[in-house]
Ligand binder design. Structure first.
Ligand code: URA
Length: 194
């Protein structure tokens, strides 16, 4: 069996933290397992928990739009995962210990997928993967190198929905992702916005 499928089976039966007790579905992740871009969010919200897929609510719609204008989609260019695979009750932020408990699953996903570019969507993704003390407002839009991967932290789509003013900087961040993708993956890549 493929490594990612194997891992999905393991994650689906996980009971390592209390988030497993209230979940409807584990949200493992989805996209092209050979994608060169991995987008990492925070964790499932209400709709994701209901249907077991990442980013299917309002913030998912916006993410798809941003990806689309950048010339990317979930089936071909991107794999989407989250820091935690089960919904925190009431959509609260996942606790540091919940992030830490779930992190080995995400690290394994990254190891299997081997993306060239990782886009961190929001503070929880940044803190959970890179540094618990990092501030999204300080590092967004700058390339970080982590374990040989090129990492672009940007705002979470739900932050863009709450605050229109963050949309422009987020678009700028995605333009950088498009440029990097052309540089290291496909020089011919077409995007409508740059
Ligand atoms: N927000 C996230 O961070 N992840 C999802 O899957 C959905 C909403």
């Amino acid at each position: 069996m493929e490594a990612l499928e194997q891992l999905k089976i393991e994650v689906t039966s996980c009971t390592r933290c209390i988030l497993s007790q209230k979940r409807t579905h584990v949200v493992f992740g989805e996209g092209n397992q050979f994608a060169k871009i991995m987008c990492i969010g925070e964790g499932p919200g209400y709709y994701e928990d209901q249907i077991g897929r990442p980013f299917v609510g309002k913030s998912g719609e916006l993410l798809d739009k941003i990806l689309g204008v950048s010339g990317f989609n979930r089936t071909e260019h991107v794999y989407i995962a989250n820091i935690v695979k089960c919904r925190p009750p009431g959509n609260r932020d996942p606790l540091p210990e919940e992030r830490a408990t779930c992190l080995p699953f995400l690290l394994k996903q990254i190891e299997i997928i081997q993306p060239k570019i990782i886009v961190l969507l929001g503070a929880t993704a940044l803190k959970g993967l890179i540094d618990p003390n990092a501030k999204i407002t300080q590092v967004r839009g700058t390339w970080l190198e982590w374990n040989g991967y090129q990492v672009m932290p940007t705002f979470h789509p739900s932050a863009l929905l709450r605050n229109e003013q963050l949309k422009r900087p987020a678009w700028e961040d995605f333009k950088k992702v498009v440029s990097k993708y052309r540089e290291i993956v496909n020089p011919e890549h077409f995007s409508a916005h740059c």
